[in-house]
Design a protein around this ligand. Structure first.
Ligand code: GDP
Ligand code: IMO
Ligand code: MG
Length: 428
């Protein structure tokens, strides 16, 4: 089986971690190809909860090789804390492989993320404050520090000096903060080198060999389509390509190797941070979704903004990513609602618009046009086939499937690994 890409269809936290974990032991490698510890994936195995940030979800599956690709930005302190945390719980982390071309999140970029947000005031993005944006900015400006640089003391020092020449001026003169000391930054980063060394490899070559060998590789996105720096709700996005295209550049696997693109989509919508959100519910219904869905960030603990399902967004995700299968998650959270509205199109300046507009000012003015479906009260967490679902839930799923232009192959009915309805095997 060639490579499979798994992306988020909305604004993140769709349940990508659980979806990857579901593919389980039949997957030989899981690659994280974008983002960093802004991601938070909660996976529940046999009642045990695991929160992953930098490690790919495949880490929980025995025999699967977890890979951190070149497109990722790594906070090394967080990486080793996460490894230590899993080791202490008896999870084998020794198979982890890290690209030497991935970029490293430096202490000054963590600071810059926070102070820029403060400086933006009301125009802030609402970032996770982990240094993600400034680190990708350095990558593009060609002043980034890469994993491979940690193994050459001279190169590392020269790069830190080069970056701080400019950044210290900005920190001191614009933001009124203390300058970073070159020696301290070099010592902190170099301090991780020896522990990191055994994990580092040419990950693009490794993945090419696995695929040539007929192995199954899953490319797992952090964030999601509407947080993609090119295709999302810019500037309220993350700083990487979270869509299927990013899977190629962020891993070194070419498009011709990819056979399937799976998008994970929630049965309603959530968003963390600032930015437009047409179906957002600011009333008691939104509160109800937040409570029922435990919609609080895995990474920052912030309450997630909640709203109804937005079909144009899922259709947009299908188009931008070339989705072959949807995984519809958290259907169980809608249980008990009298009725379930779905946004089928928008009204913008008095006109009906069926597709997500690329103009952000228009998207910010979009008013949802709803079609309403009858709810259900039966507990669906024990459902394992479509026939186990109550009629109204089945009708809801069928209606969504029609609107979003790709089949719903898996349905989540609870957070547990087994709380799933499989309509079609994603690895067939
Ligand atoms: P990710 O960032 O896309 O991996 O998603 P998160 O882990 O941040 O958020 C998804 C949350 O929903 C996690 O707490 C999961 O355990 C939970 N979850 C995933 N699928 C389902 C489901 O079908 N039903 C319910 N109730 N919870 C789910
Ligand atoms: P997973 O992988 C939800 C959001 C932040 C902010 C914006 C930019 O768990 O789905 P950043 O720190 O990336 O510069 O913040 O993106 N954001 C996420 N929202 N899930 C995520 O990841 C997110 N990663 C970043 O809240 O609005
Ligand atoms: Mg998450």
């Amino acid at each position: 089986m060639p490579a499979i890409v798994l992306v988020g269809a909305q604004w993140g936290d769709e349940g990508k971690g659980k979806a990857t974990d579901l593919l389980g032991s039949r997957v030989d490698a899981v690659v994280k190809f974008n983002g960093g510890n802004n991601a938070g994936h909660t996976i529940v195995v046999d009642g045990e909860k695991y929160a992953l940030h930098l490690l790919p979800s495949g880490i929980l599956t025995a025999g699967c090789t977890p890979v951190i690709g070149n497109g990722v930005v790594i906070d090394l302190g967080v990486l080793f804390d996460e490894i230590d945390g899993l080791d202490a719980r008896g999870v084998d982390t020794s198979r982890l492989v890290v690209s030497g071309s991935a970029h490293v999140i430096t202490p000054y970029n963590r600071t810059l993320d926070k102070v820029t947000e403060r400086f933006l005031g009301n125009s802030k993005i609402g970032t996770t404050g982990r240094g993600i944006g400034p680190t990708y900015a350095d990558k593009m400006a060609r002043i980034g520090i890469r994993v491979q640089d940690l193994f050459d003391a001279e190169v590392l020092r020269a790069k830190v000096v080069g970056a701080l020449n400019l950044k210290n001026q900005v920190l001191v003169k614009i933001y009124n903060r203390k300058a970073f000391d070159v020696d301290a930054v070099v010592a902190e980063l170099a301090g991780y080198a020896e522990r990191l060394r055994p994990y580092v490899a040419d990950t693009a070559l490794l993945l090419d060999r696995l695929l040539t060998d007929g192995r199954t590789v899953v490319l797992e996105a952090g964030q999601a389509t509407l947080l993609d720096v090119d295709h999302g709700t810019y500037p309220f996005v993350t700083s990487s390509n979270a869509t299927a295209g990013g899977a190629c550049t962020g891993s070194g696997i070419p498009p011709t190797r990819i056979s399937r693109v799976v998008a994970v989509v929630k049965a309603y919508t959530t968003r963390v941070g600032e930015g437009p959100f047409p179906t957002e519910l600011l009333d008691v219904k939104g509160e109800q979704l937040r409570e029922a869905g435990a919609e609080f960030g895995t990474t920052t603990g912030r309450p997630r903004r909640c709203g109804w399902f937005d079909a144009p967004i899922a259709r947009y995700a299908a188009r931008i990513n070339g989705v072959t299968d949807f995984v519809l998650t958290k259907l169980d959270v809608l249980t008990g609602m009298d009725e379930v509205p779905v946004c089928v199109a928008y009204e913008i300046d008095g006109e009906r618009v069926d597709e997500v507009p690329t103009n952000q000012a228009e998207f910010a003015r979009a008013v949802p046009i709803y079609e309403t479906f009858p709810g259900w009260t039966e507990d669906i967490s024990k459902a394992r086939t479509l026939d186990d679902l109550p009629r109204n839930a089945r009708d809801y799923v069928a209606a969504l499937e029609k609107m979003i232009t790709a089949p719903i192959s898996v349905i989540g009915v609870g957070p547990g690994r087994d709380e799933t309805v499989v309509v079609r095997d994603l690895l067939d």
